[in-house]
Write a protein that binds this ligand. Structure first.
Ligand code: AMP
Length: 396
């Protein structure tokens, strides 16, 4: 691997500037979901165990370069303190005297939390002067915010050029999982791409067909591919103007030796509503007054065979309109199958991006996947084959 980890750094008596993602949901000034906070614990504990002083840098919400009191990370400090079980010393700015004072005030074993990096306009502009001011506070830089790594900001990218830099534990786990799925995977590799539209996942599909052995296309975007093959899809969500693009993706896949799997049967209904009367028909027999809302059981059976013949699975996007039962059936069945194969040691399964995490949670399958990325945009950009600036900077 091109990047360093905490293990490669001497941290004793060092001030460790640690970029984390603690952009947690909040209501009325109270954190409603501490998942992101809980996930930074291994990195924080490791740095402290190695004798370093942890100084957390993070953004919160979108203050757009201005001080917005409701977006102060001070509101997150109590939840952070509770999750870490360590005293948190808050600094009212992420640079300058308030930051220096907070760092000086914290004893070894206490954690410093600095104010929202995005209160400074230089953060999102990746201003070298701001990065230099941040760098002046510490001795080394640990980036544990994979989910912010697709943005070249002062605290995610710029800072890495000023100090010795390494990946934190969460970043490390994410990079290893992504490498196992698409970098140096055990073949055959199957990718499942679902979701609403082809137009939002063009680059992703274009990249995947050159890297994986099987590509399963599901959800609304499968309708566009069916249309591209001359199939009528009635009232279904389909991007008819993307038909030519879909045909290009199919041709690229063929040239690259990637097998494309489209639904062979589908679940249709007259409207997108809970409890709407639905039936299963062949994929090319959607009635003109109906819409496709899920893949059918024959498709799931075919998919199961592909999963069983594969060693690695990468998944983004649901196979149907999973939020409204019964249109969650195919996504849930396929997710359960992937989870069972993973549990049996037959499959390395990595999933992430947007609705995928909630779809797999809904299926009760998420805990058995090898790795679930909660990174959203960064995960998708990585699936598109893009270099993430925050990761690239760690290898510099
Ligand atoms: P995405 O954010 O692109 O992953 O899309 C996820 C959304 O696609 C979910 O809200 C699903 O309800 C929706 N979706 C999946 N399949 C269909 C379908 N056949 N028709 C309409 N919406 C769908």
């Amino acid at each position: 691997m091109a990047w360093k980890t905490i293990d490669d750094m001497a941290l004793a008596n060092k001030v460790v500037l640690t970029r984390v993602d603690i952009n947690v949901p909040m209501e009325g000034g109270v954190v409603t979901d501490t998942t992101r906070i809980d996930k930074i614990r291994p990195t924080v504990e490791d740095i402290i165990a190695r004798g370093g002083k942890v100084v957390l840098l993070a953004h919160f919400d979108r203050p757009k370069g201005k001080v917005v009191p409701e977006m102060s990370l001070g509101h997150v400090a109590p939840a952070l303190q509770a999750s870490l079980g360590r005293k948190v010393v808050f600094g009212s700015d992420c640079v300058g005297e308030p930051a220096r004072d907070a760092i000086a005030a914290a004893a070894q074993g206490e954690v410093v939390l600095l104010e929202n990096t995005r209160f400074h306009p230089g953060e999102e502009k990746n201003d070298p002067a701001l990065a230099a001011e941040m760098a002046a506070l510490g001795d080394v830089f640990v980036n544990d915010a994979f989910s912010a790594a697709h943005r070249a900001h002062a605290s995610t990218e710029g800072l890495a050029h000023h100090l010795p830099a390494a990946a934190g534990r969460l970043m490390e786990a994410e990079l290893r999982a992504l490498d196992a799925a698409l970098g140096t995977p055990k073949r055959p590799v199957v990718a499942v791409v679902g979701g609403a539209k082809v137009s939002t996942k063009l680059e992703l599909l274009g990249n995947l067909v050159t890297k994986v052995d099987h590509l399963v296309i599901g959800g609304g975007m499968a309708n566009t591919f069916l249309v591209a093959q001359g199939v009528e899809v009635g009232k279904s969500l389909a991007e008819r103007d993307m038909a030519e693009t879909a045909r290009e993706i199919l041709a690229k896949a063929k040239a690259a030796g990637c097998a494309i799997h489209l639904p062979v049967d589908v679940v249709v209904a007259g409207e997108f509503k809970a409890g709407a009367a639905s039936k299963t028909v062949a994929a090319d027999l959607c009635p003109a007054d109906q819409m496709i809302l899920d893949a059918g059981p024959a498709t799931v059976a075919a998919l199961t065979k592909v999963f069983e013949a594969s060693h690695t699975l990468i998944w983004n996007g649901p196979l149907g309109a999973f939020e409204i039962p019964p249109f969650d059936a195919a996504t849930t069945a396929a997710a359960k199958m992937a989870a069972a194969l993973t549990k049996a040691g037959k499959l390395v399964s990595v999933a992430g991006g947007g609705d995928t995490v909630s779809a797999l949670n809904h299926a009760g399958a998420a805990t058995d996947f090898t790795f679930i990325s909660t990174a959203g945009g960064a995960f998708l950009e990585w699936m598109e084959g893009k270099t993430l600036p925050g990761v690239a900077a760690l290898g510099a």
